[in-house]
Design a protein around this ligand. Structure first.
Ligand SMILES: *[C@@H]1O[C@H](CO)[C@@H](O)[C@H](O)[C@H]1NC(C)=O
Length: 288
């Protein structure tokens, strides 16, 4: 017979660990601008950004990271979101900064959002790939992930890889691996360019526009006092999963999924834009 004391301690332990696993956005993020337009709600379970005619809003992570597997669930501005941009990205500081971007360009009701991605290394970007998603990103929360290790930056949506930016240092292309990055997000007015190249403006009668965030998870190396600490949750399972993502690449199944996305859902690829690069495509485009 299981003793009641044992049973109670099992129950306690599982509810406590359940509590520890649920992310608290108050612990991980600071609201940085927007004068009350950004809010962390429901005991840290939900974060909302909003935009009206006066201002947008934004937040940033308290931590800086150097490599990690970082997931966030986002629900984008519903309805007529034309002219709005929700940016969610990692960035370091300074003129030779590194940056990894997800930008969601709003659209008229019924027209697809554009998911715009870019990677900057040592201040150099111009590496855009854009997608129309295979679902409506305003109806529900979906998971947007960055897997960042010394060899790859892999962008995924609901666990499906959409982009694999590979280390091309052997071809003389800098790779983000020395500068810690913070997570940033903002919702702002970009109607001078965002929707159909700026043709469609924000309909302010629909304001405020709101995007929501939840279930943040960072299995990452934290940067503090000039060094990176990978096994911050120093339990055996965490250590082994850290090892996994630090060396992770796409397996064959994931490569097939990536091909499917790129064939069916990619609407722009700088690596295919020969007109833009008459002197030849950037060297990282030929890394296999
Ligand atoms: C908006 O919808 C139009 C029409 O389907 C599409 O061409 C465009 O890529 C969409 N996204 C943006 C951001 O303009």
């Amino acid at each position: 017979m299981v003793s009641p004391v044992l049973l109670l301690s099992i129950l306690l332990a599982s509810s406590l660990s359940g509590f520890a696993l649920a992310s608290n956005l108050n612990q991980d993020f600071d609201i940085t601008w927007g004068d009350g337009r950004a809010n962390i709600l429901n005991n840290g379970q939900l974060l909302t950004l909003s935009l009206d005619k006066t201002s947008g809003s934004g937040f940033q992570s308290k931590n800086q990271y150097l490599f990690g597997k970082i997931d966030m669930q986002i629900k984008l501005v519903p309805g007529n979101s034309a002219g709005t941009v929700t940016a969610y990205y990692l960035s370091s500081q300074g003129p030779t900064h590194d940056e990894t971007d997800f930008e969601f360009l709003g659209n008229l009701s019924g027209d697809p959002y554009t998911l715009h991605t870019n990677v900057f290394s040592q201040g150099k970007g111009n590496r855009e790939q854009q997608f129309h998603l295979w679902f409506d990103p305003t109806k529900d929360f979906h998971t947007y992930s960055i897997l960042w290790n010394p060899k790859h930056i892999i962008f995924s949506v609901d666990g499906i890889p959409i982009r694999d930016f590979k280390n091309a240092e052997s071809k003389g292309v800098a790779f983000p691996k020395n500068q810690p990055m913070r997570i940033y997000s903002s919702l702002w007015n970009a109607d001078d360019w965002a929707t159909r190249g700026g043709l469609i403006k924000i309909d302010w009668t629909r304001a405020p526009f709101t995007a929501s965030y939840r279930n943040f998870n960072a299995d990452a190396c934290l940067w503090s006092s000039g060094t990176s600490h990978c096994a911050s949750k120093a339990k055996a399972p965490a250590v082994s999963s850290t090892k996994n993502w630090l060396n992770q690449e796409l397996d064959l199944t994931s490569q097939e999924k990536l091909k499917w996305v790129q064939k069916n859902h990619m609407i722009y690829d700088y690596c295919a834009d020969v007109k833009r690069f008459p002197q030849g495509l950037p060297p990282e485009c030929s890394v296999v």
